[in-house]
Design a protein around this ligand. Structure first.
Ligand code: SF4
Ligand code: SF4
Length: 369
């Protein structure tokens, strides 16, 4: 990690891409400044004190800096290397409640039991209801969902932990599209959380990774519907974002779509753009709908501020970034915003934007033959 930090030549080309630097303008809140801080801490020259934690923790982990760095410095690896000591700086109560939350996420079957409670909570808390997609039936039971007609492949579907109870609509849309093209979909029930939040707090993810690797072994391909989870799992498992898989999939001669004379603005999640490098796929997919006008949302290279649990831990910065995004939403005047990440969708919905996953829009237009 020290050698990786030394690869930063302090050119500053990453500064214009960094949302926190753009908002605050201080070197310590820029990628170059954070790398210098991490390098100093790794070499024991800088204490990991409150000030250190403040500047590093304000990073969104959006990886926009990595995408523009001419030297390809692995900023995200450097950030991960100091996350555990940073997490230890939280107070006892914060650490305890985090540990309860993380163990709950590691047991999605327990979370599924909260599905009914979530429905009740939606009725009581209007803000929560606004953040979630339209209510839909739970994801169906079972592990094997056969292809419609002749099978052309077998694909594993990653359900996620929170997404399986909060965004069943998108998961069912993915299932419907894959089946219609001719893919049999395997949904191993032994699968678990991707571990992104565990990594965020420097917790050991190895048990989760092993469980997911074993659950999906032996399949032709695995797809995920939430780009942040897919990016996290992609470091350990050959998983692909659903849109990029579908764009290259076979079987399109088996399906037809009803026209949709509407403008669809596409928001690129940082995880899809900077980690998976698959930001073009949702556009290609949505352009399969006759009549649909597909346009990028302005400012797509800047994070919306959602960033996993960031919007909860740093609401001021998250809201400032979401304000920027809302200006772009107003400017594009689309009927719906399409995004491939569950967290970005929740943030945009919290401001009253109609948001759907690109695959959910596509599946809604799918004509049954
Ligand atoms: S991280 Fe890359 S772009 Fe940023 S200052 Fe270092 S070398 Fe330059
Ligand atoms: S990951 Fe994002 S917020 Fe963090 S330093 Fe890089 S560009 Fe800035």
């Amino acid at each position: 990690m020290e050698r990786e930090a030394d690869r930063c030549v302090s050119c500053g080309l990453c500064l214009p891409a960094c949302p926190t630097y753009q908002k605050i303008g201080s070197e310590a809140d820029s990628p170059r400044g954070r790398i210098a801080l991490i390098r100093g801490a790794l070499k024991g020259e800088i204490p990991m004190n409150e000030r250190f934690v403040h500047h590093i923790d304000l990073c969104l982990a959006c990886r926009a800096c990595e995408s523009v760095c001419p030297n390809r410095v692995g900023y995200y690896s450097l950030l991960k290397s100091v996350r555990k000591p940073i997490a230890m700086h939280s107070g006892f109560l914060a650490r305890r409640s985090r540990s309860v939350l993380l163990s709950l996420l590691a047991h999605p079957s327990m979370l599924e039991r909260f599905g009914g409670a979530l429905g009740a909570a939606r009725k009581i808390v209007p803000k929560l209801d606004a953040m979630l997609p339209e209510k839909s039936a739970s994801f169906p039971e079972g592990e094997c969902f056969p292809a419609k007609g002749k099978e052309i492949g077998r694909v594993g579907l990653f359900l996620g932990c929170v997404a399986r109870i909060s965004d069943s609509q998108t998961l069912q849309a993915a299932l419907r599209m894959l089946n219609a093209l001719g893919y049999t979909v395997i949904v191993p029930r032994r699968q678990t959380c991707c571990g992104a939040l565990h990594a965020r707090y420097g917790e050991d993810q190895s048990a989760l990774i092993e469980k997911n690797v074993s659950a999906f072994s032996g399949l032709d391909a695995v797809v995920g519907t939430s780009s942040a989870c897919t990016a996290e799992l992609g470091e350990f498992l050959p998983i692909r974002d659903i849109s990029s898989f579908l764009v290259e999939a076979r079987g399109w001669e088996n399906v037809e779509f009803s026209p949709l004379e509407q403008k669809i603005a596409v928001h690129d999640p940082c995880s899809l753009r900077n980690a998976l490098k698959a930001q073009d796929a949702p556009y290609a997919l949505l352009r399969k709908i006759p009549g649909a006008e597909v346009a990028p949302l302005g400012g797509n290279s800047q994070c919306c501020g959602s960033a996993g649990s960031y919007f909860l831990s740093h609401p001021e910065m998250a809201n400032a970034l979401l304000d920027d995004k809302m200006e772009k939403v107003a400017a594009v005047a689309a009927s719906v915003v399409a995004t491939s990440n569950v967290g970005c969708a929740m943030s945009l919905r919290s401001r009253g934007v109609k948001v759907m996953h690109p695959v959910a829009i596509l599946a809604r237009q799918l004509k049954e033959r």
